[in-house]
Design a protein around this ligand. Structure first.
Ligand SMILES: C[S@@+](CC[C@H](N)C(=O)[O-])C[C@H]1O[C@@H](n2cnc3c(N)ncnc32)[C@H](O)[C@@H]1O
Length: 293
């Protein structure tokens, strides 16, 4: 196989998986390694031909994107698009199907392996590259900038420092380039996992505001960092991204509770009047006077 999707080393910090942007001895580096191992173990049994619903539907030609993502980001035909923390790349490759030339980056080698297989299976390898890198290490050693940087669904909780994350996104964008985030709403993330369904009261079970120490799983396998909406938006603004909109929605790309139903646009939502923000999207563009431009 030819082309970057075939598994060749990339120039984008291929082996930088531990958070070299953080000094050696920084406890975050060991936490990144634990998180990486967690994600390797989640993806290891998966392949482009193993028939998971997500993969089957993608290879059958379905877009992995919510309609709201396509509507809000708009035309990406011809754009050079970078997807931060892309996992197995079904959403990254869905942008490629819309005409973008895509790069997906993820800390997990297994995720990148499956993403490359999927690019080949879907006939998109000529427009798709996947690199294994900690998001914080991505700018090291390459000078490429992108028209569009996207990141979505379950990404921010793995990052201890949003100022540095936003600076990475800004550093990888062309001036005037588009930044687009679609993420589980931090309010919903702070609430009880089933969102108070099944007769249980709705309660706050996880921190909303950022904490000095990560929230570590009882078995030590993962370390996560909460981030409130104000922290997310301020980090982006400080990095030089002019925010065009912040949209909050009462639907989710995932089924958080047995009381949620999926509508014909792939959105999981509560029937009736349960009024909770489950998804937040943010769109902006890199200012020409941003730091580092
Ligand atoms: C919930 S998944 C993201 C899903 C994906 N964005 C999508 O839309 O399908 C979280 C991903 O973040 C990756 N990840 C976690 N910490 C990371 C880091 N520091 N740098 C890069 N990737 C990271 C994991 O390997 C995992 O693939």
């Amino acid at each position: 196989m030819d082309g970057p999707a075939s598994g060749e080393a990339s120039e984008l910090g291929e082996e930088s998986t531990s958070g070299e942007a953080f000094e050696s001895g920084d406890p975050h580096r060991a936490r990144f390694e634990a998180n990486r191992e967690h994600w390797e173990s989640m993806v290891e049994p998966v392949s482009a031909t193993d028939g998971t619903a997500e993969i089957e539907s993608f290879l059958a030609g379905e877009s992995a994107l919510l309609p709201v993502q396509r509507e809000e980001l708009g035309d990406v035909d011809g754009a050079r698009l970078l997807d931060l923390q892309c996992s197995i790349g079904t959403r990254t490759l869905s942008w490629a199907r819309e005409g973008a030339t895509v790069t997906g980056a993820d800390i997990s080698a297994e995720s990148v392996r499956v993403a490359r297989e999927l690019a080949d299976e879907a006939g998109l390898a000529d427009r798709a590259e996947f690199v294994r890198s900690n998001v914080y290490d991505l700018p090291d050693g390459h000078d490429r900038r992108y028209d569009t940087v996207v990141t979505n669904f379950g990404v921010l909780c793995w990052l201890p420092d949003l100022d540095r994350w936003a600076a990475v996104a800004a550093e990888l964008l062309e001036p005037g380039g588009t930044f687009y985030l679609a993420e589980h709403h931090p309010i919903a993330t702070a609430l009880s996992d089933d969102l108070g369904t099944g007769g249980e009261p709705l309660s706050v079970e996880h921190p909303y505001f950022s904490t000095d120490d990560p929230v570590t799983a009882p078995d030590g396998s993962t370390h996560k960092w909460p981030h409130g909406l104000g922290e997310i938006l301020t980090a982006l603004a400080d990095a030089g991204i002019r925010i065009r909109f912040v949209h909050e929605y009462p639907f989710s790309p995932i089924r958080r509770s047995s009381e949620m139903v999926q509508d014909d646009r792939g959105r999981w939502r509560f029937e009736g009047d349960r009024d909770l923000p489950l998804l937040v999207t943010v769109k902006g563009e890199l200012r020409s006077d941003a730091p580092g431009v």
